[in-house]
Design a protein around this ligand. Structure first.
Ligand code: SF4
Ligand code: SF4
Length: 475
């Protein structure tokens, strides 16, 4: 179950994804409707468009700084509460899509990974297609403490999650669709099983599997998945696609893909958990851009003004200083509300707990000391770049040492290189070809207007992806 939130305004950052910011396609005073594109990628850049999930007037376009330090232009829209939609935001019927067209729709819908670094989904799909993968993995694990937004998405919209996964699996030419889920999530397992049963005759070219994992944190990071499913320890720069012939997507991202493919809905809202040890646990369906303060004011049990409000999960998230001006972005799965505890800080007592809990088998205390002494090269040799920023070492440390901050920051530099290599290998298909003067900007839907653009002409008719749209929708 989730609550629907209709905010008084939204603040839409032009950068909520991995890549360069989109450019505002509206001006102050403009009236916009639900589903309208308000930010377009600059031609030839790696970016995704931005859409509004409310109707109303653009009140401001200015630069903002997100809690993670990213500076980006942002479009603020004041809600007229009329919920006026673009005419194009409605279910599709009676047509087929090629694989390239399906990926194009996903690109134009502004979809990026909703569970991680916000890599544009079309880019990842294109890469998977280039690598000729076999296994299409859907991450339904959501193992962070307190967070349940992905699990609610599965419970409420299992058909959309499964159909989105099948459509994308077919688009990249996978032969198997595998849903990864914790063994304790009985309700979600049942929902997925029922949905697979309903649609499997439409996807006879795909095998289906539900793979059970132990309940533990962290779980869903791709390198942990590579180890768990394929017994491979991926080195930095190695990818699931190349090494394991597999690709991994978040289940909420797959839900968004089916909304775009079947209902012409761009990425303009998401489910967010508002939860922690100072909150009873809420899940809210909100337009992207909703200020965090409007989520908190709808969670009646949050009363103590001294709690820490965290953008992200309680282990690795960032404390929010200004909830009124901090928006939910495409990658925000949780706002954590945590009691403020002052942990006494003492020197390391060499208890070894941080090493015991590290999922990457690192010695966080040793690496932390090396980094403190400026010995970056030694820290790298000790494996520091392997850190996946899970936050476990800081959480267990009885001395209150924030090991994660410095280790994860050091590793983050490596990860940027890793993602760049992931994207650089792809063809120019990944570069967006939007034209700010095109008919798709403004009040026309980017989805309705999608054309292939000739990029994929070599693939010809062999590229056909028939989705179950021809008659009635099967959901
Ligand atoms: S945050 Fe700490 S426990 Fe987690 S991977 Fe990094 S070093 Fe290991
Ligand atoms: S958990 Fe803390 S005190 Fe224990 S070894 Fe690690 S850094 Fe030292």
């Amino acid at each position: 179950m989730f609550e629907r939130i209709y905010p008084t305004k939204i603040i839409l950052p032009m950068k909520m994804h991995y890549g360069v910011p989109a450019i505002p396609a509206v001006k102050e005073g403009d009236y916009v409707r639900i589903g309208q594109c308000v930010g377009v990628p600059e031609k030839g850049t790696f970016s995704v468009p931005v859409h509004t999930g409310i109707s109303g007037r653009v009140s401001e376009i200015s630069e903002i700084v997100l809690p993670n330090g990213i500076k980006t232009p942002a479009v603020t829209i004041v809600n007229d509460m009329k919920r006026t939609r673009l005419d194009s935001v409605k279910p599709r019927s009676g047509f087929k899509l090629s694989a390239s067209e399906a990926i194009g729709v996903i690109r134009n819908a502004g979809i990026c990974g909703m569970g991680g670094e916000g890599i544009p989904t079309a880019a990842k799909l294109n890469r998977a297609r280039t690598e000729v993968i076999q296994d299409f993995l859907v991450n339904c694990l959501q193992s962070e403490p307190y967070s349940t937004s992905d699990l609610v998405a599965i419970t409420e919209y299992p058909d959309y999650v499964v159909l989105g996964s099948c459509a994308c699996a077919r688009a990249v030419g996978a032969s198997k669709c595998v849903f990864l889920i914790s063994e304790n999530r009985k309700e979600q397992r049942k929902a997925l099983t029922n949905s697979i049963e309903k649609i499997k005759d439409d996807f006879k070219d795909l095998q289906f599997e539900i793979k059970l994992f132990r309940e533990r944190f962290p779980q869903g990071y791709y390198r942990l998945v590579a180890r768990a499913l394929y017994g491979k320890n991926l080195a930095l720069g190695e990818t699931l696609e190349k090494s394991c012939k597999a690709v991994l997507f978040n289940c909420s991202t797959m839900l968004a893909c089916w909304e775009a493919l079947a209902d012409n809905i761009p990425m303009m809202s998401r489910i967010v958990s508002v939860t922690g040890d100072a909150s009873g646990g809420h899940n809210m369906l909100v337009p992207i851009g909703t200020p965090v303060s409007e989520l908190l004011s709808n969670a009646q049990d949050i009363k103590n003004g001294s709690d820490r409000i965290v953008w992200g999960n309680c282990l690795t998230g960032i404390e929010i200083k200004d909830p009124e001006n901090t928006p939910v972005v495409k990658t925000t799965s949780v706002i954590s509300v945590i009691r403020r505890l002052e942990v006494p800080r003492t020197p390391c007592i060499h208890c070894g707990l941080c090493s015991e809990c590290c999922p990457m088998n690192l010695s966080p205390n040793t690496i932390y000391e090396m980094l403190n002494q400026g010995l970056g090269q030694k820290a790298a040799e000790e494996g520091a770049r392997e850190c996946i920023a899970c936050g476990s070492c800081s959480y267990v440390c009885p001395s209150g040492i924030d090991l994660t901050y410095s280790i994860a920051r050091f590793a983050g530099e490596g990860r940027i290189i890793e993602i760049n290599s992931l994207l650089d290998n792809s063809s120019s298909e990944l570069k967006q070809n939007y034209d700010a003067d095109s008919a798709y900007v403004g009040e026309a839907s980017l989805l309705e207007g999608y054309t292939d653009g000739g990029d994929n002409s070599e693939e010809g008719s062999g590229d056909s992806l028939t989705l179950p749209f021809e008659k009635d929708k099967k959901v």
